[in-house]
Design a protein around this ligand. Sequence first.
Ligand SMILES: Nc1ncnc2c1ncn2[C@@H]1O[C@H](COP(=O)(O)OP(=O)(O)OP(=O)(O)O)[C@@H](O)[C@H]1O
Length: 254
Amino acid sequence: MPQQTPALEIRALTKRFGDKVAVDAVDLDVPPGSFFGLVGQNGAGKTTTLSMAVGLLRPDGGGARIFGADVWAAPTQAKALVGVLPDGLAMPERLTGREALTYLGLLRGLPKDVVARRADELLDVLELDTAERTLIIEYSTGMRKKIGLATALLHAPRLLVLDEPFEAVDPVSAATIKTILRGFVAGGGSIVLSSHVMALVEQLCDHVAVVDAGRVVAAGPLDDVRGAQSLEDTFVGLVGGERTGVKELSWLSR
Ligand SMILES: Nc1ncnc2c1ncn2[C@@H]1O[C@H](COP(=O)(O)OP(=O)(O)OP(=O)(O)O)[C@@H](O)[C@H]1O
């Protein structure tokens, strides 16, 4: 069978901040049609990797391709194929959710009536319709995630790259977002998401990569990576659970 072009192909991606190597020659293949979870401790390098992979941060070395399009050499082609929910979302703060969707949709080159129709549906499905007159600056953290997801979906990309999409999102909204994401994959889309929540990754993802100190320490189909254990046990085993240091807080004991 011919090899299919990966939805996202990361090769030797490297980023240093001063002396610190935040991302250390990372290779990753996200198969088309997969729901791929990127897990790692705080500071492991997930956000830096994903930011470089979608062209938001220039790497010191290596590169990334989205469905074969080089993110840095062919950015227009690559970026048309991907919807991104970045960490610490920079949004047009003085616009309402609808205005932001309209603005970003028109920037993407979508026809006005298509933007209006999709914005209606997205605001409705993500239950942001009641906040239609609210400026984004007034949104809660969870609402910001939801409007960010709406902007990522608006142009119907083939790949979604989502940095912590469930962070600060209430359980009802999380259930809605899970349904949307599962539907996206069922419809032929591919997703990469980062998360600290192993149960969520196990529930949603069919592929997983574990990142530790800027390196990929395990990657592949979920069942291959976790084996007979839970993903959490596998994760703690891989990244060194003995480093918790809780026992040292003796002054907390009564
Ligand atoms: N702009 C920056 N300047 C300096 N150091 C940075 C910068 N961005 C990230 N780092 C460092 O790079 C490393 C990787 O950070 P990154 O945000 O990619 O980790 P992460 O896995 O996304 O963490 P978290 O789960 O906490 O979001 C960390 O040590 C972080 O302190």
